[in-house]
Every structure is written in structure tokens, then in C-alpha cells.
Design a protein around this ligand. Structure first.
Ligand code: NAP
Length: 114
């Protein structure tokens, strides 16, 4: 007899296509490198949420941010870091970034000039 394993919606195992990016239902976090955003992202992933983090100079900062998430009890595999600038036209997003931002279920807007 085989046993089906139920995974909650949002769990990577429930989405075979997860490697191509998070499924619909993810949370968008702006200000992901800031005080609020940094602590929010691990917490969201602990709650089984997939997160898209909009970050300036994402290429340089992705590894450090994912390491932070992992070192603070979060799940880096649930986090997709995308390049974006809140002050730029179209938020500085490329086509994939527009798709991910547009398909976010929730937005945690912690990006700010302090
Ligand atoms: N800290 C608190 O105790 C507290 C309490 C209540 C409310 N809040 C509110 O929460 C929000 C965030 O506060 P915080 O303390 O986390 O601020 P913070 O540490 O200064 O972080 C600001 C974040 O915004 C990002 N950002 C700024 N300009 C950007 C742009 N043009 N494009 C993309 N990202 C940009 C920064 O990215 P870079 O790393 O690229 O600069 C950084 O990640 C603010 O609205 C604040 O009023 C904060």
C-alpha cells in the first residue's frame, strides 16, 4: 500500500516547478536588506511562505542575504532575490522581475529612505 504525503500549499514539494521560481502565492518584500526586511524574510519562510525579495544590486548581495536568512532560522530555498530599484521607472525590473512582482499575493513594503 502506498502512502500519499500531503504538502501544504507553498511547500516546495507541492510544486514540482519550484526550481524555475516560486509558485503563485508568494510574498513580495521590498527593503529586504534593511532592518525590518532582514528579520521579516526568515520569519515568512518559517511560516512556509515563498518570498520574492526586491533588492538593489541584487547580483552582488544575493549570497549575503540568503546566508543571513539561513543563519537566522529561515529557509533560503524559499527566497528569490530579484534586481529592483523603487526609485527607477518600472521599479527597474526586468521581464522576469515584472512577472514575479505582478504575481505576488502579498506585498510587505519595507523599502524606504531613512
Ligand atoms: N526600524 C524600525 O524600528 C521601524 C519601526 C516602524 C516602522 N518602520 C518603517 O519600516 C520601513 C523600513 O524601515 P527600516 O528600519 O527597515 O529601514 P532601513 O534599515 O533603512 O532599510 C531601508 C530599506 O529600503 C531599501 N531601499 C531604499 N531605497 C530603495 C530603492 N530606491 N530601491 C530599493 N530599495 C530601497 C534599502 O535598500 P539598500 O540596502 O539598497 O539601501 C533597505 O533595504 C520604513 O518605512 C520605516 O519607517 C521601521
Amino acid at each position: 500500500m502506498s502512502h500519499a504525503v500531503a504538502h501544504p500549499v507553498g511547500h516546495p514539494a507541492a510544486h514540482p516547478g519550484h526550481a524555475a521560481g516560486p509558485p503563485a502565492g508568494h510574498a513580495l518584500v521590498t527593503g529586504a536588506t534593511g532592518l525590518i526586511g532582514r528579520w521579516l524574510i526568515p520569519e515568512l519562510t518559517r511560516l512556509d511562505r515563498d518570498v520574492v525579495a526586491l533588492v538593489r544590486r541584487a547580483g552582488e548581495r544575493r549570497a549575503e542575504l540568503l546566508a543571513w536568512v539561513g543563519n537566522h532560522g529561515g529557509v533560503p530555498a524559499r527566497v528569490t532575490v530579484i534586481e529592483g530599484d523603487l526609485a527607477a521607472p518600472g521599479l527597474g525590473l526586468d521581464e522576469e522581475g515584472r512577472r514575479l512582482v505582478g504575481s505576488s499575493r502579498d506585498v510587505f513594503h519595507a523599502g524606504a529612505l531613512m
